[in-house]
Design a protein around this ligand. Structure first.
Ligand SMILES: *[C@@H]1O[C@H](CO)[C@@H](O)[C@H](O)[C@H]1NC(C)=O
Ligand SMILES: *[C@@H]1O[C@H](CO)[C@@H](O)[C@H](O)[C@H]1NC(C)=O
Ligand SMILES: *[C@@H]1O[C@H](CO)[C@@H](O)[C@H](O)[C@H]1NC(C)=O
Ligand SMILES: *[C@@H]1O[C@H](CO)[C@@H](O)[C@H](O)[C@H]1NC(C)=O
Ligand SMILES: *[C@@H]1O[C@H](CO)[C@@H](O)[C@H](O)[C@H]1NC(C)=O
Ligand SMILES: *[C@@H]1O[C@H](CO)[C@@H](O)[C@H](O)[C@H]1NC(C)=O
Ligand SMILES: *[C@@H]1O[C@H](CO)[C@@H](O)[C@H](O)[C@H]1NC(C)=O
Ligand SMILES: *[C@@H]1O[C@H](CO)[C@@H](O)[C@H](O)[C@H]1NC(C)=O
Ligand SMILES: *[C@@H]1O[C@H](CO)[C@@H](O)[C@H](O)[C@H]1NC(C)=O
Ligand SMILES: *[C@@H]1O[C@H](CO)[C@@H](O)[C@H](O)[C@H]1NC(C)=O
Length: 762
C-alpha cells in the first residue's frame, strides 16, 4: 500500500498508487477480507458489510460530494461531482491535463441541438462515446465515475437560462431521448455500470433568477394533473424504465416542500410508485440545496433539522458540506436513527460496487479504456454528424443549398457577432475542453472556390464596426449573417426578441440586394421580423453546435448534407414574455390569470411551431394503418401483460415517406395523437412517436414505424391519473400535418396508472 496525496480537506488518504486510480485496494488493503471485496456476494450484502465497518462519526463525513474516505480502511477520498452534459466536462471531479494526453475530450452539440435531430440512435451513440471517454479519464485517475448529467426538466418557458441543456419542451420526446442517453452512459454490461448517470433536477425546476425570484427559494406551485403528465414524465422514464442509477433533487420547493426534503416525491413517487429500489440507486442534492431547506426555504426550524429532514426524506448524498456539519448534531438530538444513515450509505456504496470500484481483480472491459479511446476519428465524425442532424432550416427561398461554381469562385461575407464564435458560444453550458473549435468563420475559410470576407460584430469598433460589416457585405456575392442569443445558469432571459439595433443593422445589410442568409445560433429568438422579409433569403438555426459546429453548418449550407432537423421547442412571439410570468407553472391557458398556455400543446400562436423544419427536397407522407379502425378498451387491456399498462403495445403504424424532389435527404417522421376523447373540451395534440429516416433518395419511398402504446392514447385527469378514454382519435403525422389516421375506442374509460396523491396538498 502506498500513500497518496492529501485532499483539499487536508486528510491523509490511502489507496493503490500503482493502478493510478481512486479505487480501494481490495487485494491487499485493509478491506481485502471485508465482504465488500467479495465479488461472489450480492451488491447489497457487500455494501452492508462496508457500512458496518464505519464508525458513527465516519458515516456523517462520507455522505457529501467531496468525500474524505476512511484512511484506516484504505477507502480513498472520492469526488462524486463529475459533469458530462455533451462531453466529459470541466467540473470538480474532472481533471483535464494542461497539455497533451487528457487535455481535451470530444465536445458534442448542446442537447437542445441534439434534441432537434429526433434520432435516439444518435443519442445512444453520443452517450456511448462520452462514457467511454469518462472511463478513460477515470482509468488515468482524472475523474470519478459519478456523472451529474442529464438535465431533463422540460423546457417549459423560453426564458429559462438552462433550457439549452435539455432536449426541448416535449415530455414524450425527452423520455425517448433520455432512455437512449442513459443506455449509452450506463452501458449494457449486466455486471457493471459504465458510469453513473444522474437525472436532474427533480422536480419542477426551471427558474434561475427571474424578476427577483431565485432558484434557491422558488416554490413551484403545480397541480397534480400537470405534475404527473408533464413535469414528472422524464423522471419516470429515467427511474422506472431506464433504471438510472442516480437522481438529483432540486433547489426549488414543490407545492410548499423543498424537493430534497420531500418524502412525497423521493419516497412515494420515485421509490414506491416507480419501483426505483434496486441496489445502487441514490439521490444526490443539488449543490447546497440542503442548506436551502433551512434558508431561504425556512422549511426546517434548525440547521440540524434541515439536514435530518433531507436524509429522512431520502436524499442520500449532499453536494456541499451541510451533512458533514449538521448530521452529527441532528443525530445527537435524536432526529434520525442509525438505520437512516446506514440506508443512505448502502445506497451510495452499492453504486460504487456496481461501478466495479470494490473488485479485487476487475473483469470489467472498461478498465482497459485509455487516451487512445478519446476523440477518435469516429468520435470526431459523430460530433459533426450530431450537429448536422440537428440543424433546422426555418426559411429558404431557394438560395440554399448554395451553388459554388467548380470552375470559378464566389465571395461570401461571413459577418455578424457570432461569425467568429467563441468556444463558449459554440459549446454552451457545461462544456469541457474541446480538441478544437471549428466556428462558422473557420469552416467558411476551408471551402474551395469561396473567398470569405469577414467583419466582426457590427457594434464592435475593434473590427471596424458597422461600416466594415456593410462594406464586407456590399463587396460579396452572398451574405451569411451570424448572430444568436445566449443565456446560462443563474441567468434567465427577459427578452426573446432580436433587439431594434440588431434588426436595423440586419435589414440594412439585407437591403444591399445580396442574398442574405441568417444563421441563427444559441437559443430561439422571435424571427417574425425576418420570416416574411423579402430581403432575407434563408434562416438556419444551429444552436450551440460543439467542436465541429462550423463544419456542420457549412456542410448544410453548401448541400453536402441535407437539413432535416426539427425545432424541439416552440419559437414564441416576442410579446410572450409580457403575457405570463415565469413563476406561473401552469401549462393550460387560464383566463383568470391571463396565462396564454405553454408549449405547442397549449399555446397556439407560435412564430415557428415545435416540430417545424424544411428540407432541400419534397416529401409525400401517408399513413398506412390497415383496415381496423375501432377497438374495445377492455380487449386492449386483456391482451396486455406488460408490467406497466402505459407500456402495453397498441398498434405499430406504418408511415410511408416518398422523396418526390431531387435531393437525397433524411426525414423525421413525427406522430401526434389528438381527437375528441376525455373530459377536456379541446384535447390537445401530443407527440407520441417519432422515427428519423436516413438518406431517402429521390424517387424512393422509405417507411417509418410509429409504435403506439396504450400510454400514447392516455390522458391525465385532474388528479394526475393516466386514463384511457373511449372516443375519437386522430393520429396526425408531420408538422404541419400532412396525413391523418382516424380511429375510435369504445367501452369503459379505464385508469392505466393511478397517481400517488400528495399528502401535503390541502
Ligand atoms: C489521483 O487524483 C487525485 C485528484 O486529482 C490526486 O489527488 C491523487 O494524487 C491522484 N493519485 C494518483 C495515484 O495519481
Ligand atoms: C485476510 O485474510 C487472510 C487469511 O485469513 C490473511 O492471510 C490476510 O492477512 C488478511 N488480509 C488482511 C488485509 O487482513
Ligand atoms: C418492483 O420491485 C420489486 C423489488 O425490486 C420487484 O420484485 C417487482 O417485480 C417490481 N415490480 C415491477 C412492476 O417491476
Ligand atoms: C463555369 O461553368 C459554367 C457551366 O459549365 C459556365 O456557364 C461558366 O461560364 C463557367 N465560368 C467560367 C468562369 O469559366
Ligand atoms: C476570431 O477570434 C479569435 C479569438 O477568439 C481571434 O484570435 C481571431 O483573431 C479572430 N479572427 C478574426 C479573423 O478576427
Ligand atoms: C456598394 O457597392 C456599390 C458598387 O461598388 C457602390 O456603388 C455602393 O455605393 C455600395 N453601397 C454601400 C452601401 O456601400
Ligand atoms: C429590400 O431591399 C431593397 C433594395 O435592394 C429595398 O428597395 C427594399 O425596400 C427592401 N425591402 C424591405 C422590406 O426592406
Ligand atoms: C387560473 O388562474 C387563477 C389566478 O391566478 C388561479 O387562481 C387558478 O387556480 C388558475 N386555474 C388553474 C386551473 O390553474
Ligand atoms: C418499432 O417496432 C419495430 C418492430 O417491433 C421495431 O423494429 C422498431 O425498432 C420500433 N421502433 C422504435 C422507434 O422503437
Ligand atoms: C378524421 O377526423 C377528423 C375529425 O376529428 C375529420 O375532420 C377528418 O376529415 C377525418 N379524416 C379522415 C381521413 O377520415
Amino acid at each position: 500500500m502506498a500513500l497518496l496525496a492529501g485532499t483539499a480537506l487536508g486528510l491523509l488518504v490511502t489507496g493503490t498508487a500503482a493502478a493510478g486510480h481512486l479505487f480501494p485496494d481490495c487485494e491487499k488493503g485493509p478491506l481485502a477480507n471485508n465482504t465488500v471485496c467479495d465479488m461472489t456476494a450480492s451488491v447489497s450484502d457487500r455494501a452492508k458489510a462496508l457500512v458496518a465497518a464505519f464508525t458513527t462519526e465516519e458515516k456523517f463525513q462520507l455522505v457529501v460530494s467531496t468525500s474524505p474516505g476512511v484512511p484506516r480502511l484504505g477507502l480513498p477520498s472520492y469526488e462524486w461531482w463529475q459533469e458530462a452534459l455533451h462531453g466529459v466536462a470541466s467540473s470538480p471531479g474532472v481533471l483535464f491535463a494542461p497539455s497533451g494526453d487528457y487535455s481535451y475530450a470530444t465536445s458534442f452539440p448542446q442537447p437542445i441541438l441534439m434534441g432537434a435531430a429526433f434520432d435516439d440512435g444518435l443519442i445512444e451513440a453520443v452517450a456511448t462515446v462520452i462514457s467511454t471517454e469518462a472511463r478513460a479519464f477515470n482509468n488515468a485517475n482524472r475523474s470519478g465515475l459519478d456523472y451529474w448529467t442529464p438535465n431533463i426538466n422540460p423546457y417549459r418557458d423560453p426564458r429559462w437560462g438552462r433550457g439549452q441543456e435539455t432536449p426541448g419542451e416535449d415530455s414524450f420526446h425527452i423520455k425517448s431521448y433520455v432512455k437512449a442517453l442513459i443506455k449509452g452512459l450506463q452501458g449494457d454490461d449486466p455486471d457493471y455500470i459504465k458510469v453513473v448517470a444522474t437525472c436532474k433536477h427533480f422536480a419542477g425546476y426551471d427558474i434561475e433568477d427571474w424578476n427577483g425570484n431565485e432558484r434557491y427559494e422558488f416554490d413551484a406551485i403545480i397541480n397534480p394533473q400537470e405534475l404527473s403528465e408533464y413535469y414528472m414524465q422524464p423522471f419516470k422514464a429515467c427511474a422506472r424504465d431506464a433504471k438510472v442509477a442516480s437522481i438529483m433533487c432540486s433547489y426549488n420547493a414543490l407545492n410548499g416542500v423543498p424537493t430534497c426534503a420531500s418524502s412525497y416525491i423521493l419516497q412515494d413517487i420515485l421509490r414506491d410508485h416507480w419501483n426505483w429500489t434496486d441496489d445502487g440507486f441514490y439521490v444526490v442534492s443539488d449543490c447546497d440545496a440542503i442548506q436551502n431547506v433551512y434558508m431561504p426555504h425556512n422549511h426546517s426550524p434548525t440547521r440540524e433539522g434541515a439536514a435530518a429532514d433531507s436524509l429522512v426524506a431520502g436524499t442520500d448524498l449532499d453536494c456541499g458540506t451541510y451533512y458533514q456539519l449538521h448530521l452529527p448534531g441532528a443525530y445527537e438530538q435524536g432526529l434520525f436513527d442509525d438505520a437512516v444513515i446506514d440506508q443512505a450509505l448502502v445506497r451510495i456504496y452499492s453504486a460504487q460496487i456496481r461501478l466495479g470500484m470494490f473488485d479485487p481483480t476487475s473483469s470489467s472491459a472498461y478498465r482497459s479504456l485509455a487516451f487512445a479511446n478519446v476523440n477518435t476519428p469516429e468520435s470526431q465524425d459523430l460530433a459533426l454528424k450530431a450537429a448536422e442532424e440537428g440543424i433546422v432550416l426555418i426559411k429558404n427561398d431557394g438560395i440554399l443549398p448554395l451553388q459554388i461554381p467548380s470552375n470559378g469562385s464566389i465571395t461570401l461575407a461571413v459577418i455578424g457577432p457570432w461569425a467568429n464564435a467563441t468556444a463558449a458560444q459554440m459549446q454552451g453550458n457545461y462544456a469541457g475542453i474541446a480538441p478544437f473549435i471549428h466556428n462558422p468563420l473557420y469552416a467558411a475559410s476551408q471551402l474551395v472556390n469561396v473567398n470569405v470576407r469577414y467583419a466582426g460584430a457590427p457594434g464592435d469598433p475593434t473590427t471596424g464596426g458597422y461600416p466594415a460589416a456593410l462594406s464586407a457585405a456590399n463587396a460579396s456575392d452572398i451574405v451569411i449573417y451570424v448572430d444568436g442569443s445566449n443565456s446560462g445558469e443563474s441567468d434567465d432571459r427577459n427578452l426573446i426578441r432580436w433587439s431594434g439595433e440588431r434588426q436595423d443593422i440586419m435589414t440594412q445589410i439585407a437591403g444591399l440586394g445580396k442574398p442574405f442568409i441568417l444563421l441563427q445560433m444559441g437559443d430561439q429568438l422571435d424571427d417574425a421580423p425576418f420570416l416574411n422579409h423579402e430581403n432575407v433569403s434563408a434562416i438556419l438555426w444551429a444552436g450551440f453546435p460543439g467542436q465541429a459546429g462550423g463544419d456542420a453548418i457549412f456542410n448544410i449550407i453548401t448541400g453536402k448534407t441535407a437539413p432535416a432537423g426539427r425545432l424541439p421547442v416552440t419559437q414564441y412571439p416576442a410579446d410572450y414574455v409580457n403575457q405570463v410570468p415565469m413563476t406561473d407553472m401552469g401549462l393550460r391557458p387560464n383566463e383568470t390569470s391571463g396565462n396564454p398556455g405553454r408549449t405547442y400543446k397549449w399555446f397556439n400562436d407560435a412564430t415557428v411551431p415545435f416540430g417545424y423544419g424544411l428540407h432541400y427536397t419534397d416529401f409525400s407522407v401517408s399513413v398506412d394503418a390497415g383496415d381496423e379502425s375501432s377497438w374495445d378498451i377492455a380487449d386492449l387491456l386483456s391482451g396486455c401483460d406488460a408490467e406497466y399498462k402505459d407500456l402495453c403495445a397498441f398498434q405499430s403504424v406504418t408511415v410511408n415517406v416518398e422523396n418526390t424532389g431531387d435531393v437525397a435527404s433524411d426525414f423525421v417522421t413525427l406522430g401526434f395523437v389528438a381527437g375528441k376523447h376525455g373530459p377536456e373540451p379541446h384535447p390537445i395534440k401530443q407527440l407520441v412517436a417519432y422515427e428519423r429516416l436516413f438518406d431517402v433518395t429521390p424517387g424512393s419511398t422509405a417507411s417509418a414505424q410509429l409504435n403506439l402504446t396504450l400510454g400514447s392514447l392516455g390522458r391525465h385527469d385532474e388528479a394526475g391519473n393516466l386514463v384511457l378514454y373511449a372516443g375519437e382519435y386522430n393520429l396526425l403525422v408531420d408538422v404541419p400535418t400532412s396525413s391523418v389516421w382516424n380511429f375510435t375506442l369504445s367501452g369503459d374509460d379505464t385508469v392505466l396508472e393511478e397517481w400517488p396523491q400528495d399528502p401535503g396538498t390541502p
